[in-house]
Design a protein around this ligand. Structure first.
Ligand code: CP
Length: 308
C-alpha cells in the first residue's frame, strides 16, 4: 500500500491499520532525513500549507511548521487571537478566504470537537486535525505509538496505561484507538471524577490505584491536567492530585520492573510527574517530540499525494 485511504486526517478512528503502518514506514524514512546534515527535501515544493490555530499550542504548531519547512512546502500561519475571528468572522468565511489564496492543506487546532470534520465537509483542501476540543489529536497518538514501537520493537502485546485527566483528553481517546488498532492492551487510570462514565465500553481496563496500574504496565503515558477545560473542581487540590496520581522517583523505583514513561506535554512539573522522572533514562518525552516532526512529515507527504 502506498497511499492513505482518505484525503484528510481527522482522527485515528477513521484510519486503518494499513494507514498507520504506512505512516510509520514513511516516518522511518523521514527520520533518516532528519538525522542528515541536509535536513530538507523537495517533496512538498509547490504545495501550500496553512496552519490554523484557534487554540494555544507550542509543540504541535512548531512541529507541524518544522515538518512543512523540511518538506519545502510554502507555509502560512494563522493564530485566532490576532485574526479577524476576534471581529466576528465565522470559521467557514475565515477558511474560504485562506483557500482563495490557493492553499492545498489545512492543519487546524480548534477548541470544539468536530471542527475538523465540519471543515472537511465544506472546503476542498485536505484537512489535518491538530486537536479538536476533547475529541481527537491524531498526530499525537501516532507519534506516541511510533515512540513505543521505537523503544520496545513493536506495539503489539504491550501494556500501556494512560494516567490522569482522561475526561478532558483528546490525547487519551486518540491513543486508545491507535494502540488498540496496533494490538496493545490499554488501561486508563485516574480519579473517578476525571474518568468518562462509559470509558470501559471502549475495551480498556479501568484502574484507580496508580501503583497497581504501574505494576501492570510496560509503558505509562502521564497526561496533563487540563485546568483550562475544567469548569468545576474535579479534585480538592493539585497537591492531593500529585500524592495520588503523580509519578515521582520513589514510586518509579518501587516498581518490580523498569517501565517506560511518556508525557504528551506541556508538563506541569511536580503535578503529573516530577522533574527527576521527566529527565530520567526511563523517560522518552524528548524522543516523542523528535518523532513528532518525522510523523508529521509523513502525514503531510502522504496527504499531499492526494491533493488534486
Ligand atoms: N502535546 C500537545 O498537543 O502540545 P501543545 O498543546 O503544546 O501543542
Amino acid at each position: 500500500m502506498s497511499s492513505l485511504s482518505s484525503k484528510h486526517l481527522l482522527g485515528i478512528k477513521g484510519l486503518s491499520v494499513e494507514d498507520i503502518e504506512l505512516i510509520f514506514s514513511t516516518a522511518d524514512n523521514f527520520k533518516d532525513v532528519l538525522n542528515r546534515p541536509m535536513k530538507k527535501v523537495p517533496s512538498l515544493r509547490d504545495v501550500t500549507v496553512a496552519n490554523l490555530f484557534f487554540e494555544n499550542s507550542t509543540r504541535t504548531r512548531l512541529s507541524f511548521e518544522l515538518a512543512e519547512r523540511r518538506l519545502s512546502a510554502d507555509v502560512v500561519n494563522f493564530a485566532a487571537s490576532s485574526s479577524s475571528v476576534t471581529k466576528g468572522e465565522t470559521l467557514i468565511d475565515t477558511v474560504n478566504n485562506i483557500l482563495a489564496m490557493k492553499v492545498d492543506i489545512i492543519v487546524m487546532r480548534h477548541p470544539n470537537a468536530g471542527a475538523a470534520l465540519f471543515l472537511s465537509r465544506h472546503v476542498n483542501a485536505s484537512i489535518v486535525n491538530a486537536g479538536d476540543g476533547a475529541h481527537e489529536h491524531p498526530t499525537q497518538a501516532l507519534l506516541d505509538a511510533y515512540s513505543i514501537r521505537e523503544k520496545h520493537g513493536e506495539v503489539k502485546g504491550k501494556k500501556v496505561v494512560i494516567v490522569g485527566d482522561i475526561l478532558h483528553s483528546r490525547v487519551a481517546l486518540s491513543n486508545i484507538f491507535c494502540l488498540q488498532k496496533l494490538g496493545a492492551e490499554v488501561m486508563v487510570c485516574g480519579p473517578t471524577t476525571l474518568m468518562p462514565k462509559y470509558i470501559s465500553s471502549l475495551g480498556v481496563k479501568v484502574e484507580h490505584d496508580l501503583h497497581k496500574a504501574l505494576e501492570w504496565c510496560d509503558v505509562a503515558n502521564m497526561l496533563r491536567i487540563q485546568l483550562e477545560r475544567q469548569d468545576i473542581k474535579y479534585f480538592p487540590s493539585l497537591r492531593e492530585y500529585m500524592m495520588l496520581y503523580g509519578l515521582d522517583k520513589s514510586l518509579l523505583n518501587s516498581l518490580s520492573k523498569k517501565i517506560t514513561v511518556m508525557h504528551p506535554g506541556p508538563i506541569n512539573r511536580g503535578v503529573e510527574i516530577t522533574s527527576d522522572v521527566a529527565d530520567s533514562d526511563q523517560s522518552i518525552i524528548l524522543q516523542q517530540v523528535e518523532n513528532g516532526v518525522a510523523i508529521r512529515m509523513a502525514v503531510l507527504y502522504l496527504l499531499a499525494g492526494k491533493v488534486s
